[in-house]
Write a protein that binds this ligand. Structure first.
Ligand SMILES: O=P(O)(O)OC[C@H]1O[C@H](O)[C@H](O)[C@@H](O)[C@@H]1O
Length: 473
């Protein structure tokens, strides 16, 4: 059986599709498997919707993995030089057969799409006269999009955009939009009178939002604020508002907005692919993850530029600063204090042992009701599990999606293996608590008792061989 692995996935998001334009030569990889367990010879043997452009669902990635274990040889098309400056259909010959490659301009089509979603006239008037902005493309693919959308169509001036030339090595930086890796943006905003800042990751699907003096908006809060103001965005005025969703480790801030608006709220495992079925079924229009992804049903991926335009639309509508928008939100809904501690690139065996032991501890029925004291407070275990999810549409089941403890006051600790780390094992530990009134305190100070409990229950410091988390988000 033979499959041609093509470029379809890369074209699934407008921003990511720019990768094709940055790639000098494209080739196909032909995978040859000795047999196809359980499926007809000419397809994956399963039905799935590949027309929505979204990430492959679990059943497809499982099948790909299964097939990959049966590969006996692969062939590479060598010497296929494609001129990506020639837009339109280009014909080549591969193995004596015609091979068509279509080159598109994703920047224009994406910018046109956003112009239909947001009120560009309104946003333009606001950003030209009312607010000092800085956008950091971190040498990733969003650079040309930032130039087209913010500079050309929204009239932002040159000093308001940074690092917009995509570089193959991202200029030696790690294009991760968080306070650790986007520290240049953070420093710039601390020192200069910018009132709104955002950074994007390498492929432009994730974002970090900052206010004046680098006021940090956590991804869970960003999602909740956008949910609160969704009606002001023309796309949602036209299409209506369906449900909201978040990944399980993401803070519950958006749940409170969903409850107030009477909207369905879905909680799914980590990974954007879990949102697709809900969107295709018309149940979901806004979703986000703690990993700095925010998006809507305008496409089937998270979208950093979309999130920035949503925030600018909200600022234009409210005429408030980022910090004031957040404070007003917390005053109305209360605040979900949230942090993530990453133990990165650790010894795999130690991490597996830690997760196995932790799972045994928390799944022991005697664990429920156990009390932990820290910071002068007592936390009593209400529920603990290894999170699993049944997709409400196709009924597929995802297991082992994170170890979770919920205390009686609603505070929560989650541990899960990162699925994206490049070497060794990375464990992410998420800590969250909710306060209705006391919403202006320091996050670390509020969460410190729970951090101590989390470290104590899991023995994470000793078993990962670290002195503490390598990154705190
Ligand atoms: O598994 P992690 O390292 O925590 O990464 C989790 C993230 O991985 C990718 O970026 C997916 O596109 C995201 O949807 C997901 O949230």
């Amino acid at each position: 059986m033979t499959h041609l692995v093509g470029q379809d996935g890369i074209l699934s998001t407008p921003a990511a599709s720019h990768l094709i334009r940055s790639t000098k030569a494209l080739g196909g990889i032909i995978l040859t498997a000795s047999h196809n367990p359980g499926g007809p010879d000419n397809d994956f043997g399963i039905k799935f919707n590949c027309e929505n452009g979204g990430p492959a669902p679990e059943q497809v990635t499982n099948k790909i993995y299964q097939l990959s274990t049966a590969i006996t040889e692969y062939k590479i098309v060598e010497g296929l030089e494609i001129d990506i400056s020639k837009k339109g259909k280009n014909e080549y010959v591969v193995n004596d057969k015609p091979f068509t490659v279509e080159i598109i301009d994703p920047v224009k089509s994406y910018a046109d799409l956003l112009e239909q979603i947001f009120d560009f006239t309104n946003v333009r008037a606001y950003i030209v006269t009312n607010v000092m902005i800085i956008l950091d493309a971190m040498f990733g693919v969003t650079g040309p999009y930032v130039e087209e959308i913010f500079r050309k169509r929204l009239h932002l001036l040159q000093p308001n955009v940074a690092r917009t030339t995509p570089l193959p090595d991202f200029g030696g930086c790690h294009p991760d939009p968080n306070k650790t890796h986007a520290y240049q943006l953070v420093r710039t905003m601390e020192d200069m009178p910018y009132e709104f800042g955002a950074a994007f990751d390498g492929d432009g699907d994730r974002n970090m939002i900052l206010g004046e003096k680098a006021f940090y908006v956590s991804p869970g809060d960003s999602l909740a604020v956008i949910a609160h103001y969704l009606e002001i965005i023309p796309y949602f005025k036209r299409n209506g508002i369906q449900g909201f969703a978040r990944s399980m480790p993401t803070s519950a801030a958006v749940d409170r907005v969903a409850a107030k608006k009477g909207k369905d709220m879905f909680v799914v495992p980590t990974g954007w692919k879990y949102f697709g079925n809900l969107m295709d079924a018309g149940l979901l229009c806004l979703c986000g993850e703690e990993s700095f992804g925010t998006g809507s049903n305008h496409i089937r991926e998270k979208d950093g530029i979309w999130a920035v335009l949503a925030w600018l639309s909200i600022m234009a509508y409210t005429d408030k600063s980022v910090a004031d928008i957040m404070k007003k939100h917390w005053a109305e809904y209360g605040r979900d204090y949230f942090t993530r501690h990453d133990y990165e690139h650790c010894d795999l065996a130690g991490c597996q042992y830690m997760m196995k032991t932790l799972e045994e501890t928390i799944l022991d029925p005697k664990f429920i009701g156990r009390q932990y004291e820290a910071g002068g407070k007592c936390y009593k275990v209400k529920m603990a599990d290894n999170y699993s999810y049944t997709d409400p549409i196709d009924k597929s089941v995802a297991t082992n999606q994170g170890l979770r403890i919920v205390f009686e006051d609603g505070s929560r600790i989650v541990w899960r293996f990162s699925g994206t780390g490049s070497y060794g094992a990375t464990i992410r530990m998420y800590i969250e608590t909710y306060q209705k009134e006391d919403y202006l305190r320091d996050v670390k100070e509020v969460l410190q008792p729970l951090i101590e409990i989390a470290e104590d229950i899991s023995d994470i410091v000793r078993l990962t061989g670290r002195f503490g988390p390598t990154t705190v988000v």
